[in-house]
Design a protein around this ligand. Sequence first.
Ligand SMILES: Nc1ncnc2c1ncn2[C@@H]1O[C@H](COP(=O)(O)OP(=O)(O)OP(=O)(O)O)[C@@H](O)[C@H]1O
Ligand SMILES: [Mg+2]
Length: 257
Amino acid sequence: MRTPGTAEARGVTRRFGGLTAVADVSFTAARGEIHGIIGPNGAGKTTLLNVLSGLQRPSSGSVLIGGEDVTRWPSHRLVAKARLVRTFQTVRLFASMTVRQNLMIAARATTGPAQARARVEDVLARLSLDRLAGEPAAALSYGLQRRVELARVLVADPAVVLLDEPAAGLSPQERRDLADMLREMRDAGVTVILVEHHMDLVHAVCQNCTVLDFGRVIARGTPAEVTADPAVLEAYLGGRHHRAADVEVPASTGEED
Ligand SMILES: Nc1ncnc2c1ncn2[C@@H]1O[C@H](COP(=O)(O)OP(=O)(O)OP(=O)(O)O)[C@@H](O)[C@H]1O
Ligand SMILES: [Mg+2]
């Protein structure tokens, strides 16, 4: 059955030699939902996004976009036909090209030159980047480069967006601006899969979350439900992760008690 805009993982497993980075993970994000993927460092979040975006093949399991099995589709086909686009954990802009040129390249992956130009100008204005359109990407602050990455996603007119820690390194104000942009995407019917350590952002925008630990799903539910889950607290506080000191422990919203 075709279900426009949904993004679904069914029993996705990805092994690297003897290591199972993602183990039998299933979840469904409805059209216009922001679905959080959280978990400690090394939990398998980026690997899951790599499988969903066609960058890595799953060892087993399948990926469905809009109800269609896209498991074997390469990334470029997912962009062009399923309108699934992603960002990476680190900024990946063409540093010496201008903001406008970076956006134009992304827009041209999905449409002809005239419509691409119109989309780019529209998104530049919507994200208050028009003033900076002629600057080389490298001249922008880190926070603005992250904003350009979001703009680059939007000019592809996406149906499904995968974001890998978009708030990393942003100030609290930049995180609030990001939350506003994500809500606008959601309200426009875009499905967003959000990998994020900043729980303030997850609480602010996500309807549902899937929590991973050592590749497995250990909890699912609303942000409030999963952050109150003993298994999730244990995963973050249990001291089994060698980079545990870097991890932001999920905080409650402070409203429960
Ligand atoms: N290409 C690869 N080859 C071998 N092991 C890999 C590869 N990619 C990831 N891994 C391992 O898979 C596990 C999951 O890594 P992944 O990057 O998906 O975690 P993550 O949840 O995104 O972590 P972080 O929060 O630090 O970004 C880790 O143990 C990692 O070392
Ligand atoms: Mg990662």
